[in-house]
Write a protein that binds this ligand. Sequence first.
Ligand code: HEM
Length: 410
Amino acid sequence: MLALGLGGGLGVGAVAAGVVASSAGSRQGVSSGALEYPFHGERQGGILTPAQDRLHFAAFDVRAATSRNDLVGLLRDWTYAASRLVMGLGVSASGAFDGRPSLPADDTGEAADLGPSGLTLTFGFGRTLFRTAAGEDRFGVADRMPREFTPLPKQANDFLDARRSGGDLCIQACADDPQVAVHAIRNLTRLAVGRAQLRWSQSGFGRTSSTSTTQVTPRNLFGQKDGTNNLKAEHSEKLAEHVWIADGPTWTHGGSYLVARRIAMTIEVWDGLQLQEQDRVLGRDKRSGAPLSGGDEFTPPDFTKAGDDGKRLIDERSHVFRVHPDSNGGVAMLRRGYNYVDGNDDLGRLDAGLFFIAFVKSPERFARVHTNMARDDMFVEYLKTTSSSVFLVPPGVRPNEYVGQALFEG
Ligand code: HEM
């Protein structure tokens, strides 16, 4: 199998392993089935890892009867299973086929022949793990929750469904094969039985971001290049400034906050807009992704540049203007979202959009940019947010540790 370092790109050395591209799902000359990222490391996978093509995201509620020891047991079990799953193995040594024939198998088997497929599993803790909405400290960790872990303020286009928001725990599974991501969530859910239950989940396809300079910028369901000016794995100084937690309790240092928002996009309305209006709303050219102030895709936008009519070339109410660091006290984020299509409504309109995921140093920094967007971004007219959650993603797991160990034993 082909193993790559955390956050590493697909360098020339990696491709030389003799694995040949064979399908549309393969990337940069490497068969996606063989691509493997290590589970252990300084950071959890699935943040800096070059964004894979598929997502299955799940949030869990810890059951009322679950004790602190049970919770730690679950995290241990998830850690062990995750360290196997990312290698393309079943959740246990007996796996899908080698258990006792008279018992259900440990693993469900549908990913048995698919390889690791670049699977990463990223675990996070919700605010309610520390203290329930009713104020209960179920696991004796309430005083270990960082002060920085604040809820997001409600925004103008929030139509949030509580049943598909929040949760005590989350797992982000990303892979280049959807069946591998689904298999991971399905089997980790199964392992949790009696201790935690699935609260909500979301699948996604077609990454809407690049998280490495080695990746080509993909397009979202509005047809726009998305991820051009994203923070990328190679920008280590910026990541230290904007993504990795460095304040508050030491057990969180090196982790990050994951913001997940299911944003429905009014596809049919958008499709009826003039091309020039679509460009004005975003502030970039749809074909090239270049800012309307000129240059190519990666030319920094010039927000002061005006056209012959004296008007700014990039509208002050465009998405790029509103969310750019220059408009938000320098704040940036690492976006890592996916498209989703969940069928259609009774009028034949697609239930589709962006499952937006961002990694940020604090929820407040995200809220600052988001509030500026919600206040006066023309884009908001075409968006409706139906789910919103924030999870604290603890730092990476060392061999013989379990995920989040420093929270319980630090
Ligand atoms: C369905 C919803 C959204 C869509 C379709 C969308 C699409 C885009 C596109 C096409 C770009 C320009 C290319 C790029 O630099 O990546 C962009 C940039 C960006 N978006 Fe969004 N976006 C959405 C929601 C959000 C939200 C909720 C936030 C956070 C508050 C956000 C934050 C950003 C940031 C920070 C940039 C980079 C701006 C820059 O530095 O130039 N976006 N988005």
